[in-house]
Each structure stands twice: as structure tokens, then as C-alpha cells.
Design a protein. Structure first.
Length: 371
């Protein structure tokens, strides 16, 4: 990683390298002239296998500040002076809040390959304001019912109702975030717009949630979910997807994600340029790199958590270079694929609550955990 290289150089200098030798080294001269690009991001996006080639080509060091969850991301950017972050990677449902608060810059549409996006992802909701994009759709995935096959079969997982079965008492887990969990249970309740609920449907949703509580073993962070699903400590976790089970399956665990008959959710991550960035040209170049076929394959196969990608050229390159992964992630070019799930109306976007506040949903989730 670039950081470790720089650290090693500093150690060498402290160890007594002559100043003349240091000045004569082209490598050190490049390091001294490096630009720095700051990024606010979920974990894994600044790993060397993702950004290393870009850093080398542009003689830049990407300095990443990682967060967990959209609420933490908003708090982090709100507490930071303008210009702190050149690039912001955010869940799509938070882009509206970022734009309304003035935390991200408008983008020039012609700078990005929107024409190469599949139609479902062009003019993506919540990314365009008055004809201008403020974010570029980077990657996405589906959320359903993730399960250990030894504990819950695909046939069982075809309905969220299987979680209430007596054989799964004390063996249902939760990712500790209200949006995906409540969204999944809202789909179970038959809400076509799972995050746009009047008071009656909101009350019904909280009742459904509370009725599941006796089945719940625990509430987990990222690492906890990996461990609990792999070991079979939990039979299933609602509201998550291949971003967890794909990591486990890559290591040989017998787990998968099923999209129940009641439907699934789509999570989406997007890239924006932070307001007040002094490196907007470099930030733009970085986003362009991540939207190139090379960058798209790297983000699709991110070690921290895999994802599907929105560009046709990215799909083509993935199928050419890693056909097995294209098949596993349902991004094949010839035959049924993930786009069919969207076109069939089985997938709803994960969104922020429409008729209630985030605080209301979070408070309900807190009561649920403490019940």
C-alpha cells in the first residue's frame, strides 16, 4: 500500500540515508511531489488492489476516512470544514440530504459515461437536480433473506415468513441498522412502497417487527454477521445480501441470499465530489477511473464486499476476465440476469422514510432491540 511505502521510506531516512542519495532517488522525488486525494467512504474502497493502479498512474495518495452507516457518514461530513473530502462515496438514499445540505458539488454530465449505463440506472432517482447530476452511480446489490443452507433451505427462504417458524426460534439474526430490516419486513407486509407508509401501515410494520423479537438471537455488525452465518449460529438474516454471503461463499461457506416472493431491496453506492474540494480535477479523474471498465471490475470484486455494477462495458469486461464471478453475481450477458429481477418489479430501492423521520425509525429499532 502507498502509505506503507511512504512509512518505509521515512524509516530508511531516519536510519541514516545520506541526503544526497535521497535527492538522487526518482522514487523519493515522486513521493515528495505526490498529490493527496481525500475520500469519505465505506471500508474496502481504498484497498491497494482497487486504487493502487490509479495512485501509481497519477502519482497520488488516496487518504480514506471510513465510516459505517449513512447516519455516521452524514455526521462526519457535517462536522468537517468544507473541502475536507474531495470524494464522497455514499449510499444513494443519502445523496439527497448531501445535496440539500450543500455538502457535494454539481457535476458535468458529459464527464461521465452515463450513456453506457443500463437504462434502469440512467437519470437515477435522487442523483439529479435541475438537470444536473450530483452523484455517479457506482455499484449496487440486492437485499433479501441471507441464510445458512444447512439451517434454512432456499425453498424456506422464498418467504420472509419462514423466520417465524418454530424451528428457527432464537436463530434469526439482524444487521444492526433499521433501514434494511424494516424495509424487508415492510415488503412482507405487502407495502409496494416499503418506505412510504402512512400511520396505519407504520403501526402495522412495528407490530410485525415486534412479533419477530422472540426468534432473534442477536444484532450484529459486519464481522459479527460473517461469523454468525458461517458457523450456523443464526439460520438467517433479513435485509442483507451478497455483500455478506458473497464474501463467505468465496471462502467456501455454504451460505446464500434468496430474494423472497415478497420482493427484495436494492442498495446503491454512488460517488460525488465534496463541496469546497481543492482537487476537483483529480476527484473527477478518480470517479472517471472507477466508472471505466477496469475500475468497474475492481469495485465489482471488492474483497470487503462484492457488488453488481451499472455499466455495459463493465459487465462485458467482467464476463471476459472473470466469467465465474459474473455468473455467481448474476451478471451474465447471455441469459437471465439480475436486471430481470428489476424489470419484473421484484426489487424496490432502499430509501429514507418518507412520512416518518429517520429518528422515528431509529427509535422504533432501539425499542425493538431492548424488548
Amino acid at each position: 500500500m502507498t502509505h506503507s511505502i511512504i512509512t518505509s521510506r521515512r524509516r530508511l531516512i531516519k536510519g541514516g540515508l545520506a541526503a544526497a542519495a535521497v535527492l538522487a532517488s526518482p522514487t523519493v522525488l515522486r513521493a515528495q511531489g505526490q498529490r493527496e486525494l481525500s475520500m469519505l467512504t465505506w471500508a474496502g474502497h481504498a484497498d491497494p488492489d482497487v486504487i493502487g493502479a490509479f495512485e501509481e498512474e497519477h502519482n497520488v495518495r488516496i487518504r480514506a476516512k471510513e465510516y459505517v452507516g449513512g447516519d455516521q457518514m452524514l455526521a462526519q461530513i457535517a462536522q468537517s470544514p468544507a473541502g475536507t473530502y474531495d470524494v464522497v462515496l455514499a449510499d444513494a438514499e443519502y445523496v439527497v440530504q448531501l445535496q440539500q445540505a450543500g455538502f457535494i458539488e454539481p457535476l458535468a454530465a458529459e464527464d461521465y459515461p452515463f450513456d453506457d449505463f443500463f437504462p434502469e440506472f440512467q437519470n437515477f432517482r435522487g442523483h439529479w437536480f435541475d438537470g444536473e447530476p450530483y452523484a455517479v452511480f457506482l455499484r449496487f446489490g440486492f437485499l433479501g433473506l441471507s441464510h445458512n443452507r444447512a439451517a434454512m433451505s432456499e425453498a424456506e427462504a422464498r418467504s420472509y415468513r419462514s423466520m417465524w417458524d418454530s424451528q428457527h426460534e432464537g436463530r434469526i439474526g439482524h444487521f444492526d441498522w433499521h433501514l434494511p430490516n424494516l424495509g424487508a419486513l415492510s415488503l412482507l407486509n405487502g407495502n409496494a412502497s416499503p418506505f412510504d407508509l402512512d400511520e396505519q401501515h407504520w403501526t402495522e410494520l412495528t407490530d410485525t417487527m415486534m412479533s419477530l423479537r422472540p426468534q432473534v438471537r442477536g444484532f450484529y455488525d459486519y464481522g459479527g454477521m460473517l461469523s454468525a452465518l458461517r458457523s450456523g449460529e443464526v439460520a438467517a438474516i433479513p435485509g442483507i445480501g451478497d455483500w455478506i454471503t458473497g464474501v463467505l461463499a468465496r471462502d467456501g461457506a455454504d451460505v446464500t441470499t434468496t430474494i423472497p416472493e415478497e420482493g427484495g431491496l436494492q442498495w446503491t453506492e454512488s460517488l460525488s465530489i465534496g463541496a469546497g474540494s481543492k482537487n476537483q480535477d483529480l476527484a473527477r479523474t478518480f470517479i472517471q477511473y472507477m466508472m471505466s471498465p477496469e475500475g468497474q471490475v475492481k469495485t465489482a470484486t471488492l474483497k470487503a464486499y462484492p457488488a453488481m455494477i451499472p455499466t455495459k462495458a463493465g459487465w462485458a469486461r467482467l464476463n471476459d476476465e472473470q466469467p465465474g464471478e459474473a455468473q455467481r453475481q448474476n451478471m451474465v450477458l447471455n441469459g437471465p440476469n439480475a436486471l430481470d429481477e428489476i424489470r419484473a418489479g421484484r426489487i424496490r430501492l432502499r430509501e429514507l422514510p418518507v412520512q416518518q423521520s429517520l429518528e422515528t425509525w431509529n427509535d422504533a429499532w432501539t425499542r425493538y432491540k431492548n424488548a
